[in-house]
Write a protein that binds this ligand. Structure first.
Ligand SMILES: [Zn+2]
Ligand SMILES: [Zn+2]
Ligand SMILES: [Zn+2]
Length: 273
């Protein structure tokens, strides 16, 4: 099945422009230098609409890209920039009756239950609406309806987190190292969306040079770098990158071929229809 993948947000945790910053990138008039918090959206033809992370900017991202339906939510990890838009799920609940299934690793699931206890352990008294979500801890590949999804183990500093492979595309944000088991899981990619914060090294994110080493080994047809800070002006940085590698930007859309549902999968969810 084909799917349209939209980069909803290509920025680092502060977003670009950053509050109070007067640098050239934060003051740039190039719309590609305006980066909201990291997230992607996978809209499968005649299939589910899958959101990766509920970024701080989810409301603006959904409005900007006319997203009215979300059938499943995948979490990479529980840092604030990736989860703090969770309450916006209430609107998706209105447009798609029933709880929306969400998937995360064990640690992120526990963090979400704590950070959003009003959602996952709601108080008795009913007042304003709360998001309706189910949360499933995943370890292995799993299915969302007819779509097979492969978690990819990566490291964000010392913390193991998840990237995801959707058929011909892999999304590896917030990482500075791939687990040994990750490499065979990302062979033969058409599109790799990969963390590259800036030129200077960082303890929990790939810098550009490190990201390019990953690209060299994985050899995807096309790579887009994401989770970008205000050090990198879009146009000038792109001119300096090798062929087949570009900076992502908010609104970037690519068409991919998803994987069919796995016959043996950790968890299956068929409620997307
Ligand atoms: Zn992040
Ligand atoms: Zn700046
Ligand atoms: Zn993070």
């Amino acid at each position: 099945m084909k799917a349209r993948v939209i980069v909803l947000g290509s920025g680092t945790s502060h977003g670009v422009p950053m509050i109070g910053c007067t640098c050239g990138v934060c003051r740039s008039t190039d719309p590609r230098d305006r980066r909201t918090r990291p997230s992607i959206f996978i809209d499968v033809d005649n299939g589910p609409a899958i959101l990766v992370d509920t970024s701080t900017d989810l409301r603006q991202q959904a409005l900007a890209h006319d997203i009215s339906r979300v059938d499943a939510i995948l979490y990479t990890h529980s840092h604030a920039d990736h989860i703090m838009g969770l309450d916006e799920v209430r609107r998706f609940n209105v447009m798609r009756p029933g709880a929306i299934p969400a998937y995360a690793d064990e640690r992120t699931s526990a963090d979400l239950r704590r950070a959003f206890s009003y959602v996952f352990d709601p108080p008795d008294e009913k007042g304003g609406g709360i998001p309706q979500m189910t949360l499933t801890a995943i370890h292995e590949r799993f299915n969302v309806g007819p779509v097979g999804i492969q978690p990819v183990p990566i490291f964000h500093g010392a913390r193991p987190i998840l990237g995801f492979r959707f058929g011909s595309l892999a999304y590896l944000t917030d990482c500075n190292r791939l687990a040994d088991e990750a490499w065979p899981l990302i062979e033969g990619l058409d599109v790799l969306i990969l963390d590259a914060l800036r030129h200077r090294p960082h303890p929990t994110h790939f810098c550009i040079a490190e990201a390019l080493q990953v690209v060299e080994r994985v050899k995807p047809r096309q790579t887009y770098l994401t989770h970008i800070c205000h050090d990198l002006p879009h146009a000038a940085t792109n001119r300096s990158l090798p062929g087949g590698v570009e900076l992502a930007y908010d609104g970037l859309a690519v068409t991919i071929e998803t994987a069919a549902a796995f016959a043996s999968a950790d968890k299956s969810e068929n409620k997307w229809t």
